[in-house]
Design a protein around this ligand. Structure first.
Ligand code: PLP
Length: 399
């Protein structure tokens, strides 16, 4: 008989030749537990998903309550489903006007797809601008605006009319012109190894979009829901997007995404043609119920308030000659090492010792630190001790 691991490798489609292969039985709060009872501290949050920790009781209860009422009823946009209505109302109460129309989808990539279509329809233009080293998802449209040829080359032809600019380079904003439907940008670049833009740049970006009638799509799929110390990262820059993309930390561990815009902009999707963008499962009742509970926990417990302090604990405890730089904001950090072999060694060492870290798509010499926002100072300290131990062990190995 084959083991679960062998069956995973055989029957579950694989995404790389080197999956992590941890077999997790249960997760709670900051921790994952394998079948032997070994505990792992999660410093990745399932890639910026479990912002309030795993299986938060309020989220689990909300899912159970909704499961007792109904699951899927019909396609998105037809029936008045109270989990969607309540969640959309709550989201609109925390996102600045005029963004007050939420289109629920199932994932980040779908939010990207919807936003790209929406920008084309609203502006009547087809050109898009995106950033080098960006990541907005893996579907064809989202791949077209990904700023890394390595991941795109095998899938060409992709969407035409896309221009790439350097993130955070003021001069490049000239490339946005009156033919550009939208610029799509992560407010803080994640897979690039966490790149934070300057205030001046973000304000100039907003200004350039206004001057040229270009829509600003900010992808907060990774940065949203408190990860950078504000509910949304655009708040650091005193600007706001025309279309906001959310997913990951939005559902408290359930699959959901959204693109959010003004009623005026969003309304173009419903006519000429009607049903301009449709989805069967978007805004699933269980996901919306979970998302509302997740957001209530973040707001009531002010979970993003201590994020800056927790960032400073990481910076204090992560001091080692092998660490070249710590980049990032809040609990979205990138620890710059020298090469991928070192990152892989440290990651494996930490995993052995019960701490999960990871790396980035476009920056293979850096370690990803993105724990649930509930992480305590003591947990930060003990996780950092293990990372330092791993770096010491690497240094010793080289001698
Ligand atoms: N946008 C950003 C910034 C992301 O980090 C990701 C996923 O990592 C996506 C979009 C795509 O989200 P999903 O994997 O849910 O399609």
């Amino acid at each position: 008989m084959l083991s679960p691991r062998q069956l995973f490798l055989l029957n579950t489609a694989q995404t790389s030749p080197f999956p992590r292969l941890l077999e997790i039985e249960k997760a709670e709060g900051m921790y994952l537990y394998d079948y032997s009872g070994k505990r792992y501290m999660d410093l990745v949050s399932g890639f910026a998903v479990s912002n309030i920790g795993h299986r938060h009781p309020r989220v689990v209860q909300a899912i159970k309550n909704q499961a007792d009422r109904y699951l899927h009823l019909t396609v998105y946009g037809e029936f008045v489903q109270s989990p969607q209505v309540k969640f959309a109302e709550k989201l609109c109460s925390i996102i600045p006007r005029p963004l007050s129309s939420v289109y629920f989808v199932n994932s980040g990539a779908e939010a990207t797809e919807g936003a790209m279509k929406l920008a084309k329809r609203f502006t009547g233009r087809s050109d898009l601008v995106a950033c080098i080293n960006s990541y907005h998802g893996s579907t064809h449209g989202a791949l077209s605006v990904m700023g890394n040829e390595y991941y795109k080359q095998a899938y060409r032809p992709l969407l035409p009319g896309i221009r790439f600019i350097q993130f955070n380079r003021l001069e490049d904003l000239e490339q946005i012109n009156t033919e550009t439907a939208a610029i799509i940008m992560e407010t803080i670049q994640g897979e690039a190894g966490v790149r934070t833009p300057d205030l001046e740049y973000m304000q100039a970006l907003r200004k350039r979009c206004d001057e040229t009638g270009t829509l600003l799509i900010l992808d907060e799929i990774q940065t949203g829901f408190g990860r950078t110390g504000k509910l949304f990262a655009f708040e650091h820059y005193q600007i706001q997007p025309d279309i906001l993309l959310l997913a990951k930390g939005m559902g408290g561990g359930m699959p959901i995404g959204a693109f959010i815009s003004s009623i005026e902009i969003m309304s173009v999707l419903k006519e000429n043609p009607i049903l301009g963008h449709i989805t069967t499962f978007g805004g699933h009742p269980l996901s919306c119920a979970a998302g509302l509970a997740n957001l209530e926990v973040i707001l009531e417990e002010n979970l993003f308030k201590d994020v800056d302090l927790k960032e400073s604990f990481f910076r204090k405890h992560l001091q080692h000659p092998e660490i070249k730089e710590i980049r990032g904001k809040g609990l979205m950090l990138s620890i710059q090492l020298s090469n991928f072999a070192q990152v892989e060694y440290v990651s494996n060492y930490c995993s052995e010792k019960g701490v999960i870290i990871d790396w980035f798509l476009h920056c293979d010499h850096a370690m990803r630190i993105a724990p649930p926002l509930i992480i305590s100072e003591a947990e930060i300290k003990s996780a950092c001790q293990i990372i330092i131990e791993a770096l010491d062990s690497w240094t010793k190995k080289l001698q």
